[in-house]
Design a protein around this ligand. Structure first.
Ligand SMILES: *Cc1c(COP(=O)(O)O)cnc(C)c1O
Length: 367
């Protein structure tokens, strides 16, 4: 099978008028507005990947017996397209998203997609919908590739043999338009996101379905997001909401970072991976290893832990200011946004928006 396909292009005859598009781009919110077009590519066991299309954005016909609707055989990715100072458009490490999607696919018994085809699909959509990539500072076009089983069958003993891969795109505003506000987090002991041998390291919708009750509990307890703990002892810290976590020990020239290791129950974030490379180059050592909630609390109370932040594509870096559980509560640092968290955030954003050099080759030019 070749590594890519020719896309059949069908343009929307009635795209959103420019004035209306500009109104959306002025205040796009997050994940509520979508561009004029979408990508679809079909897979069948007989033909492999075929029938690649760019079409007007719209509903997709589905058979009610499609396997995804019953057994959740689905996976997704998330990345952004960024406007550069010269008007060109780039994405950030798209081949890393392609590789992760294929790791998720292996876990979910779904077909892998050639990495080049994945990236070509994104580029085809962004080139046609390039006017949807915001020019405002801190804004971007969020790209959502996803894949699901369309096989028409309720039997679970036969592997699904038909799948649909799609890409849609959603303009997104500055996550912190009103200034960076540290989040408060809830320690969930009633719910687990992922267990050993489960699907925690796959980016699959089912992990999110399993997380909503925990998130609702966090909100009911006055917190913004939920901290996921290990499934067995409910003691090791794994992730916060849909972000990976970093702990800052010490400060100034003595600062160092700790992030939970990828044990199989954590999602291997591309932002996390970027921090592992960026921080040491800024003179901040990083260690991957375990941390319990007791160590987190004691570290904050003794002043040894000075900052904590979550990181992911959507928010980039999100400082954690306050931690709460059913039997305990504490503040991180002074409860505000830490100095190193903000510095790492600036560095990464600078690379993504082309205002800082990219020594890593992370930025991928599209248009
Ligand atoms: C997507 C995701 C992340 C962050 O990954 P990035 O590649 O950095 O965006 C972290 N945790 C979970 C559960 C996720 O789904």
């Amino acid at each position: 099978m070749s590594d890519t396909l020719d896309f059949t292009i069908t343009l929307d005859e009635q795209p959103l008028p420019a004035a209306e598009r500009e109104r959306v781009l002025a205040d796009p919110g997050w994940g509520q507005n979508f561009t004029d077009h979408m990508i679809t590519i079909r897979y069948s066991a007989d033909e492999g990947w075929h029938d690649a299309r760019l079409e007007p954005y719209g509903p997709i016909p589905m058979d009610p017996a499609s396997q995804v609707l019953h057994y959740s055989q689905e996976l997704f990715e998330g990345l952004k397209a960024y406007r550069q100072p010269d008007g060109s458009i780039v994405t950030f490490r798209p081949f890393s998203n392609a590789a992760r999607m294929n790791r998720s696919a292996r876990r979910m018994a779904m077909p892998e997609i050639p990495e080049q085809l994945f990236v070509d699909a994104i580029e085809t959509l962004v080139r046609v919908d390039k006017d949807w990539v915001p020019t405002k500072e801190g804004y971007s076009l969020y790209l959502r590739p996803f894949m699901f089983a369309t096989t028409r069958a309720l039997g679970v003993n036969q592997p699904a043999n038909e799948f649909l891969f799609m890409v849609i795109a959603s303009p997104s505003g500055n996550y912190y338009a009103r200034g960076i506000k540290p989040v408060s987090v809830w320690l969930s002991r009633d719910f687990t996101r992922a267990a050993p041998g489960g699907t925690g390291e796959a980016k699959t919708g089912g992990n999110y379905a399993a997380s909503f009750a925990g998130q609702a509990q966090a909100v009911a307890n006055g917190c913004d997001q939920v901290v996921w703990l290990d499934a067995i002892e409910h003691s090791l810290v794994e992730e916060v909401g849909s972000m990976n976590l970093f702990f800052v020990y010490g400060s100034g020239p003595d600062a160092r970072l700790l992030t939970p290791a990828l044990t199989g129950t954590l999602l291997p974030g591309i932002t996390r991976d970027s921090m592992l490379k960026l921080a040491p180059d800024l003179g901040v050592p990083v260690e991957e290893g375990p941390i319990t909630i007791e160590e987190w609390q004691a570290g904050c109370e003794s002043g040894e832990i000075t900052e904590v932040f979550g990181c992911g594509t959507a928010a980039v870096i999100s400082p954690v200011g306050h931690v709460k559980g059913s039997d305990r509560e504490w503040k991180v640092g002074d409860g505000g946004s830490g100095e190193l968290s903000m510095r790492l955030r600036e560095e990464l954003i600078g690379i993504q928006y082309g205002t800082r050099p990219d020594p890593y080759g992370w930025v991928h030019k599209i248009a």
